[in-house]
Ligand binder design. Sequence first.
Ligand SMILES: *Cc1c(COP(=O)(O)O)cnc(C)c1O
Length: 242
Amino acid sequence: MMNESEKMVLRDRILRVQERIVRAAQAAGRDPQEITLVAATKMNDAARVRAAIENGIRVCGENRVQELLEKYEQDAYQGADLQFIGTLQTNKVKYLIGKVSLIQSVGSIRLGEAIAKEAAKRGVRQDILLEVNIGREAAKSGLPPETLEEAIAQLREYPSLCIRGLMAIPPVADETSKNFGYFSEMHQVFVDNLTKKYDNVNMDHLSMGMTNDFETAIACGATMIRVGTAIFGARPYPAATP
Ligand SMILES: *Cc1c(COP(=O)(O)O)cnc(C)c1O
């Protein structure tokens, strides 16, 4: 449970993040309504997630299947949209279909195919984002930008999938100026694919930007930002960001 003063702190942080979004959008000459705030809820229990929803959070993003299932059972996400943003193993896909509106972290054709099969089995259409390894980091998941076209060509063949856009987690950079380069490049990749107008592809989302760099991401055209720390405070230990 959360006490009243904890709830006030949370409400305050959410308001501040919303203000920062509005300011960043206006500075970029964009409509703040174009930007969806996804609260990265990892390591926050059901009570904290519920309190965030009571205070204006409309979309929650989880990044571990087990944690999502536990909180789902506790009705943590009622009143909000639930998405998956973390590393996903193909054998765990089945737990997510029917529960999440969007799987943001599809970083391989193989994972996309596993999602397509499971969604077909359930008779649903699953929205996904393709995760792009924009830093071309060997240790990180995601599709290198050069392979994106091929991935889209293959995955758009599945009627049980809808590719809604792209997601990226750039290399952790201390200076935001460095991420500016990655974010601009991502926007270019996004626009390139957008203009191709494939069937079964509805590229309306570009998900990038976290607590330390979401203003930069908004300046570069992000339509979704994923924010944890600025909403919930520092996590008890460093998160295994995917
Ligand atoms: C945790 C997480 C975030 C949010 O990170 P913060 O720096 O706490 O805002 C965003 N995206 C993903 C995929 C995450 O796992």
